[in-house]
Design a protein around this ligand. Structure first.
Ligand SMILES: [Zn+2]
Length: 381
């Protein structure tokens, strides 16, 4: 049967149910007629409170003016209305499952006891359209769910996003980073790294505890966790605000510069854009990346370009970076050079003479024009 048929039938049945409900409960009002409230005998002819038919004596006049209600028909109409609702909802239930027509409050109520993730997925699918109290309750219920079904934690972490403005959610995610499952702790770190959560984490957990936890995780055996904790320790990519003073976190990033993982090293290097002057160990490390054409050289050239490194040293590194096998490193070298004034023109011209690839020549020409005409640094991608 097509969906339209269910809906038409549902609407008709609903109208019939409502009509029946009206007739059985509201239709037979007294309208000024005096009637025996027990056998409904018409008492208009008498002034007495006693019914001549069944002998019932009313206590007050008002009792004789009651509306006559048929409770059995009212019950039947309720059943009809229920059937109508079922027909109206059935196409959606068939398509999206029973949970799809269940109110959010009911879903939140039952979520601790459903042993699969279907309810959690349904709640996720509602895109955070909850009331404040529902969200707060949801977090409590999810904690109960996790106690019984620890495997579902990864399904839940995504839901925290919708409650990012709640201290409970921040606390939940912070606890989550201690879960033995690396995937889960990594996800929790990423959730906390979201802009709105970031703002709350220090307020809710306390700067000391957050710092201790994150600096510990920066030495985790899993590189993804090391990377995620460095990201969260780093200043925000959007606002540049940092959860901790740069001086406090710099030593962690300094040791991460030697990490075997490229992404961890990259994040470690990025922090030093905020440090001035650069410690000599950092300069040595970043210069080393450029000299060995390490995949992280693209970060190093930008950071050294913005530092107060002596010009001749930087120029030597820039020449190396312009010969890099990585396009990203070469483009960043152009970008770094463009910010350093006319003195870089010989380096750019040498690079142009050595360049073979026509696309690469175009980029260099773009950079030369920008420097010669004192234009802002071009967008190289
Ligand atoms: Zn009577």
């Amino acid at each position: 049967m097509p969906d339209m048929a269910y809906q038409t039938l549902g609407v008709l049945l609903a109208l019939a149910g409502l009509a029946l409900l009206y007739r059985s409960l509201l239709h037979d009002r007294s309208r000024g007629r005096r009637r025996c409230p027990k056998c409904w005998y018409d008492l208009r002819a008498s002034d007495s409170l006693t019914c001549p038919e069944c002998g019932y004596t009313a206590k007050r006049e008002r009792q004789l003016l009651k509306t006559r209600r048929w409770w059995r028909w009212a019950t039947i109409s309720t059943v009809v209305l229920f059937a109508a609702a079922t027909l109206l909802l059935w196409p959606k239930v068939r398509r999206d499952g029973l949970w799809s027509v269940t109110p959010t409050t009911v879903l939140v109520l039952i979520v601790p006891w459903i042993d699969n993730t279907s309810v959690i997925s349904e709640i996720s699918g509602r895109d955070g359209e909850f009331w404040g109290w529902q969200k707060r309750w949801l977090i409590v219920q999810l904690e109960r769910h996790i106690e019984q079904y620890p495997d579902h934690v990864s399904n839940i972490v995504d839901l925290l996003w919708y409650a990012h403005d709640l201290p409970e959610a921040v606390r939940f995610a912070f606890m989550g980073i201690d879960r033995p499952d690396d995937e889960v702790s990594g996800m929790c770190l990423l959730v906390l790294d979201r802009e709105e959560m970031r703002r709350e984490i220090v307020n809710v957990i306390g700067a000391d505890r957050v710092y201790r936890r994150l600096s510990h995780l920066a030495g985790h055996t899993n590189p993804e966790i090391r990377e995620a904790s460095l990201r969260l320790l780093s200043p925000s990519e959007e606002t540049g605000e940092s959860l901790f003073p740069i001086d406090q976190i710099a030593p962690i990033f300094l040791s991460a510069l030697a990490d075997e993982n490229i992404r961890v090293r990259t994040w470690a290097g990025c922090l030093f854009a905020y440090v001035n002057p650069l410690p000599s160990e950092v300069v040595a490390r970043l210069s080393g990346w450029i000299s060995s054409d390490d995949p992280t050289a693209f970060v190093a050239i930008i950071i050294l370009g913005g530092s107060d490194m002596p010009t001749d040293e930087f120029d030597g590194l820039a020449r190396k970076a312009l010969r890099s096998g990585s396009e990203l490193t070469r483009k960043n070298a152009l970008r770094a050079l463009c910010g350093r004034g006319d003195a870089v023109l010989p380096i750019l011209r040498d690079a142009l003479n050595a360049a073979v690839d026509p696309a690469w020549r175009e980029w260099i020409e773009l950079a030369i024009t920008a420097v010669e005409e004192h234009q802002p640094v071009p967008q190289f991608w």
